[in-house]
Ligand binder design. Structure first.
Ligand SMILES: [Zn+2]
Length: 130
């Protein structure tokens, strides 16, 4: 097992700073954008019109129970099936080979909050307005 020092995703004080839902809707949107609206584990396209909106979830790579923080480096889009199948297993055990690399690359990217805010505000100009 890796030490806490090596894992920026792990809270040095498990349970102390967790206050429920700490991410904003803009941040949730930015996490989905960063992941191209694909489940980080199985790759299903969650922006497909046939994909049920209620099955779009955001997964903690390191579970909250184990001190995982609600921070961008620890959050990925996941379909409900993968989120519940993964349960409290280490994410590396659940993610098949290619997915692990994809997830590591994904969480290394900063969130584009400005873009998420712009899209969510409904203020993206149309071509008639340009
Ligand atoms: Zn999935």
């Amino acid at each position: 097992m890796r030490s806490q020092k090596e894992s920026p995703m792990r809270d040095p004080l498990p349970g102390k700073r967790w206050k429920g839902n700490e991410i904003t809707p803009d941040e949730q949107f930015a996490i989905l954008l960063r992941g191209n609206w694909k489940c980080a584990y199985c790759g299903v396209a969650m922006d497909d019109p046939d994909f049920p909106a209620r099955d779009v979830t955001i997964d903690h790579l390191v579970p909250r129970k184990e001190g995982g923080l609600t921070v961008p480096e620890n959050l990925v889009p996941a379909c409900r099936t993968c989120n519940s199948r993964k349960c409290h297993r280490p994410w590396q055990d659940y993610a098949p080979g290619g997915a692990r690399v994809r997830i590591e690359r994904q969480v290394a990217q900063p969130l584009n909050l400005a873009l998420a805010k712009l899209v969510r505000s409904g203020k993206v100009p149309t071509d008639e307005q340009l």
